[in-house]
Structures are given as C-alpha cells and as structure tokens.
Design a protein around this ligand. Structure first.
Ligand code: CDP
Ligand code: MG
Length: 741
C-alpha cells in the first residue's frame, strides 16, 4: 500500500467536520501566500485536520509541519487524536513536544508542540529551517509565548530580505484563531488573507443563578454550588453530557469527590426524570493531566457498586479503565445509559472540544497569572472570566444540537464584575524569561519590538531590572555569560540562577531535584474526605520533620531522594500520600535538566566557586541567590513583610511546614505567591539575613530611567560614559561617608 493511500482520511467522522468542505480551497490558500489567517468556530476541525490536509498535499516534502498550542494538554491530546486518525504510532509521523516531554522522532513530519517549545527552537535556529509550515494555533487565547512568536515571525518573515536567510525554501505561516480579532491579525501580518470556515451552531439557552454576586468575589462557595447545579441537571434534565467549568486541579478534584459522594445517594427509580439515564461518569480534566489522580465511575442503580482508589488502575464491575485511558474517555461517548460529566478548567473552552456536551455549568471564574503591582510580583489568582469567555463557554453546549448553559452567578455579577474581553497575557504577567529570550536572539530594543498589543513599558522595565538583578544582563542591557547559560533552561530565571550557583559550587544534585519538583504539578495528595485528609496531613508533616530543618525546599528534596532510593517507589508514594505520577515526571525532568547542565558544564568558562560551610547552609545560600527578590521578614505575629521595595504583607500558606512555626523564624525566602482572601507565600525556607544582605541592595541599584534608555537602545556611548561617571561619583561619596563614620 502506498504511503499516500495510508494517509487518506478514514471514516472517523473527520469528513463530517465543517472544515472538510473547504479542504481544497484551504490547501490552495496556503499555496498562494506566505501568511494566512484561518478562523472558524471551535470544533470545526482546524487543529486536527488542517495539518493532515497539508501533509497530504505534499507540504512535508521539504520540512515538517509544526503546530503550536498554548496548553500542553491540548498539544498532547490533539497529537494522540491525529495519530489515531492517520493510523500511525504516536511519536512516529505524528508527534508532540511539550516542556520536558519530547514524543517525536526522525520520522515526525506533523509536530504538535507548546508555543514555549517553538520559542526555544527559535533560539537554536531562528530561520526555523526544519519547518515548511508553521501553524500558530489558538491565537485568540493570546498567550504570552504565542504573542512573542507572532512578533518574531512578523519581524523575520514579513521582510523579504530576512525571510530566506538560512532557508532553502520559503516558510508558510498559518495563524489560527476562533473568530476573534482576525482583521487585527491580518493587518499585523502585512494584510494577509483571512480564510473563514463557516460553522454551524445551535441555540444555547443561558440562565443566571443566584449563588454568586458582586459581593462573593473572594469566596470559594461556588464549588459547592457548581456541584449542586450539576446534580440538578443530572436528575432533572433529559439525556446529554455535562461540562462543568472550574478553575484548577485541587478544586476540580474536590468537586469530583463531592459529586461522587452525592451521586451515590441518587435513587434512579424515583429521583431521575429521564429514565434512560442510570449512571454518572465523572471525569476531571485539568492542565497537568495525564497525571490525573483517579477516575471515578459512579453508577448507582438497583445494585450499588463502585470502587474508589488512588492507584493507577481502576476496576469497576464490568468496566476496566487505566488512568492513561482517562483522557481518551473524555472524548469518547460514555457507555450506554451513562451520562458523562466532565469537570474541567478553561482548557475545555476552546483548546479541546468534547463531543456530546449538552449542558454547561459555568462557575464564572478562572485561575489566572496576573502581575500584581500592589505586591510587585506575579500571582496566581482566581478572577471572574470575561463576558466573551462566558459566551465561549456557553457555546460549547450548542455544537451538535440545542443546549443549555447554567451560570451560577447573577446578572448583576455579569454586569459589574466581568470585563468585556480577557486581557492578553503579555499585558498582565512578568516578561522576564521572554525578554531574556529576545535579548539572546539579538533583539535589544525590546520596547519597540512588534507586539500585537504592547505590554506596559513598566512591565518591560521590571523584567530588565530582574534580569539585571540576576546578572543575566549588564547595565547596558547586553546579555552576560551567565544570561547565555540561563536562557538554556526552561525554568524561571530565579530558579535557574540558584541552580547555576549550586552547579558552580559542585552541589547541583540538591538544586536539580528541587527545580524538577517545582516544575511538576503539586506532588502532595490532599483527599476530600476529612479523615483521610488528616491522615495525609500527618504523613506530610512527618516527611517535613524528617529533614530536621523545617524548610519546604528541603522537604521536596527529601521526598525526591527517599522515593528514588526506595525499592518500591510507587508503594512508597501511596503510603505517604504522594502523587506517584508527579514524582515520576519529576525524575524525568531532573534527568533532562541534568543533561542541559552537563552540556553547559563542558564549556570551558563555566563558573567554578568554593564554599566552606555546612550542607544545609550551602543549600539555602544557593536558593538565596535565586530567590533574594522573594525575601520576607517577620513583621507582627504571623505576618511577614516582603523586602522588594513593595513591603507587602504576606502570610505563610497552611501547606507549608513553617505555617505554625513561631520563635526564631525571622527571615524567609519563598517560591511563589497565591492570593485568595489573603496573600500567601508558598514553598518557604528560613534564611539568615547575612546571606541576603549583600544581594538585597541589587534590588534597588538600577532605576527605571536608566534601563528604559537601555531598552530603547537610545543610549549613546557619550550618555553611557556620563552615566557611568555619575555612578562612580555616587559610589565614591558612599565610600567617603563610610570613612567618615
Ligand atoms: O481546532 P478546532 O476547534 O476547529 O477543532 P478540532 O480540535 O480539530 O476538533 C475537531 C473534532 O475532533 C471535534 O469534534 C473534536 O471533538 C474531535 N477531537 C477528538 O475527538 N479528540 C481529540 N483529542 C481532539 C479532537
Ligand atoms: Mg483548535
């Protein structure tokens, strides 16, 4: 059988997708121009079909087709689906690459990847010479990395002089978006053509609830309400699957636990309107899948029977599922007479389409990383979604027939608390890592870079300032040797800085494990049942106490090492209420980070330092070099005050082993910040002031004006000399002040 015959579309329903009728016109449109914007309703087949059409049309002759996704789960599941449609093994012709997980091979011609991965590839090969087509997908999501890729592509490939540099054939760029902002995208990319795939949608009736009003912004009561509404739908609405929108993993798991408990009590003979329904299949869907904790199948009827467990395999009367199949189940029709209820994050709004959904339960909230100017750092916050996002969520119920959307919030909440549109990530998060990437690509003028929407200048300055503080750039804004090493790691620059410090001191093992543990999802299992919760908490406290130092970073290290050296690591995890899958990912991430480090250590100018002190101090001192901008000092009682100039009041998160610590604990560093009713610092480590004393002034050393000039590349040599002599004079006067004392 010839290869092309093997690749023809199968009877898998793909011919019924709206995109199918436009196949030849689409292929022609890609042939005719270098840039193309494609829009179409979510679910019309853009992500799964277009790459296959282009493959069939011979676009892989010279290079690969690369498709970016803002979310890693989307990249993985879509690649799985396409491999299935093309009847090939995942990782062969069709593969995916996400951070720390490369499932591609020499044979891969259709490659799904996160936008972050492509950005890293651009660093190594700015001409993208391996690719014949780049498809930037889900552009409407306006993720930071996709926005940067758009700017880079515009800068390089819309300029005919630069476009062919390093390439033997021209690159085709397709930008895909769910209807929003297509004119703006076309204008941005030299007024390129827009191809609109007409879609068919059915009416969705939306109702507002009464549970969440403008006063409930800080409460988490919506989880309970969402569960209640989902159960009401299950008992009183006709057959059809339910999609529930919540904000994150722990909340979703909690909601699934509650749903399971309540669904258990339903008597299908009396309580359920539609007698063709006699079971509820509850499926969680969130960002760090496929590491999901458990699948819960709850079929309650004449014979009540279910199994609940935290291991990889779930056995339920006549169904047999492994967690690995969990994702596939989300997309497959449920077993007969069973109603499917998917409890998801925003990922199910546009990135992934689940067929058969008839009912939506919208919590009205989303978890978002926002730069908080009050606290001066990025904070993961639960915030109201935008109105356009709410419409998008509702639309998921009307793909194949008329649907219903139950909003648990009031009309007043909609009017007063929900913005019209979601602000692009580039305008609300830290740009540190991205600016370092741009600098390493030789783009010094990071203020006048072609952004689709410009970030606020102060965010760019903040990023430059941070890079300067980490010694990644010098005062002139040039990347330092350290900066060149830092950009190689797919980690937050602070964590990379600490890792490189440890490596220079020969104790990289400590930081490699910690960096890996901080790069995977939460490793600690927190069960919903109060008794089990107590048991898990006790185990976790014992793990922390084992380190003898009450330091959350040390706990992570100890969990990593104990599990790795255990004879039966999965049993060890089960016993200690640790997610085995998360730890397995951490082991793999550690190996990959070790490989990167090893490669860099071969360079002859890799820094080498010495230290004489004890191991615990060495470990914490390395952490300080990366986290000195996250230092807090005890203020009154349990309140800490940050030392970054903002002086924000923060509390230690209850999950920290230092939560109840009194006494000696005066100075701490922390990994991140979570804002709920209070501002919490998480993953905390006690330190001594002496260790950061010399680093802290660096936080205030440069002012925005100087860096702004650097950013704009407007500093002439003359200005720079003037500035340097002014600085020298300042330093001189400081020295004389000290002399005088
Ligand atoms: O990209 P767009 O939203 O236009 O559509 P798509 O993601 O290509 O989805 C086309 C169809 O494939 C939908 O009916 C999805 O439900 C289905 N699909 C699936 O069954 N399993 C996946 N992992 C991804 C998509
Ligand atoms: Mg898509």
């Amino acid at each position: 059988m010839s290869k092309s015959a093997k690749w023809s579309p199968k009877e898998d329903g793909s011919k019924r997708l709206p995109i199918y009728q436009h196949k030849s016109k689409l292929i022609q449109a890609v042939r005719d121009c270098s840039f193309l914007v494609v829009t179409g309703e979510t679910g019309s087949g853009k992500t799964t079909q277009l790459p296959q059409y282009l493959r069939e049309a011979g676009f892989c002759k010279d290079g690969k087709i690369g498709i970016t996704q803002p979310r890693r789960v989307a990249a993985i599941t879509v690649a799985q689906r396409v491999a299935q449609e093309m009847q090939c093994t995942l990782g062969k012709e069709v593969g995916y690459q996400v951070r720390f997980d490369d499932c591609t091979s020499q044979d891969t011609v259709v490659k799904y990847m996160t936008d972050g991965c492509l950005l890293r590839e651009v660093l190594a090969d700015p001409a993208l010479s391996q690719y014949s087509v780049i498809i930037l997908d889900e552009v409407h999501e306006r993720s930071l990395n996709t926005d940067i890729l758009l700017g880079l592509i515009k800068k390089v490939f819309t300029d005919p002089a630069k476009a062919t540099k390093g390439r033997s054939f021209p690159l085709k760029v397709v930008v895909m978006s769910a209807t929003l902002e297509t004119d703006k995208l076309s204008a941005f990319l030299s007024n390129c053509p827009v191809f609109a795939i007409p879609g068919r949608t059915f009416p969705v009736t939306c109702t507002f609830g009464s549970a969440v009003g403008p006063k409930d912004l800080e409460s988490t009561g919506y989880v309970k309400e969402v569960v209640k509404v989902a159960l009401d739908i299950h008992t009183s609405e006709m057959a059809g699957d339910i999609l529930v929108f919540l904000t994150g993993q722990s909340e979703i798991e909690h909601a699934c636990d509650m749903l399971f408990e309540k669904a258990e009590c339903i008597d299908y003979r009396y309580d359920v309107t539609d007698q063709s329904v006699d079971g509820l299949l509850i499926l969680p869907l969130y960002g760090s899948m496929p590491t999901g904790k458990h699948t819960q199948l709850c079929q309650i009827g004449a014979s009540v029977s279910f199994v609940w467990c935290y291991c990889d395999v779930i056995f339920f009367s006549f169904f047999f599922f492994s967690v690995l199949d969990q994702q596939r189940q989300i997309f497959q029709p449920p077993p007969p007479r069973i109603r499917k209820c998917v409890v998801a994050t925003n990922i199910a709004a546009t990135s992934l389409t689940i067929n058969g959904i008839k009912y939506i339960v919208d919590s009205g909230f989303v978890k978002q990383l926002n730069h908080n100017s009050r606290v001066g750092m990025d904070i993961l916050e639960v915030v109201p979604i935008s109105k356009s996002e709410a419409q998008q969520r509702a639309g998921r119920a009307g793909r194949t027939s008329a649907g219903k959307c139950f909003r648990i919030y009031t009309k007043e909440f909609w009017e007063k608390c929900m913005p019209e549109y979601t602000i692009p990530e580039i305008q609300r998060t830290s740009l540190t890592a991205v600016i370092l990437t741009l600098k390493c690509l030789g783009i010094h003028d990071v203020i006048r870079f072609p952004y689709l929407d410009c970030p606020e200048e102060r965010f760019i300055l903040e990023a430059l300032k941070q890079l300067y503080q980490f010694d990644a750039i010098d005062r002139r804004g040039n990347v330092t040797k350290l900066g060149e090493l830092m950009v190689e790691f797919p980690l937050h620059p602070g964590l990379t800085r600490a890792l490189l410090k440890a490596a220079s001191l020969g104790c990289q093992d400590l930081l490699l494990a910690v960096a890996a543990m901080l790069s995977v999802e939460n490793i600690f299992i927190r069960p919903g049942h109060p008794d089990k919760q107590k048991e898990a908490d006790k185990k976790h406290r014992a793990l922390a106490a084992k380190t003898g130092s009450m330091n959350d970073f040390a706990t992570l290290l100890s969990v990593f090492q104990s599990c790795k050296s255990s004879d039966r690591p999965s049993a060890w995890c089960k016993e200690n209420w640790i997610h085995w899958r998360a730890l397995k990912s951490a082991f793999s991430v550690e190996t990959q980070l070790r490989d990167i480090l090893h490669r860099l250590q071969q360079k002859k100018d890799f820094p080498v330092e010495t230290f004489d002190g004890n191991k615990s101090e060495l470990f914490r001192r390395c952490l300080c070099t990366g986290y000195f901008s996250n230092v807090a000092r005890r203020s009154i009682g349990k309140v800490f005050c940050t030392m970054d100039g903002h002086g924000s009041m923060v509390h230690i998160h209850p999950s920290s082993s230092l939560f109840d610590q009194e006494g000696e604990l005066n100075w701490v560093i922390f990994h991140d910040v979570l804002a709920t009713s209070r501002v919490y610092i998480r993953t905390v480590c006690p330190i001594r002031y002496e260790w950061v004393k010399d680093l802290l002034p660096k936080l205030h050393e440069v002012d925005a004006y100087e860096l702004s000039s650097v950013a704009r590349e407007e500093v002439t040599a003359e200005e720079m000399t003037k500035w340097e002599s002014r600085e020298a004079a300042k330093r001189q006067s400081e020295v004389s002040d000290e002399d005088a004392m």
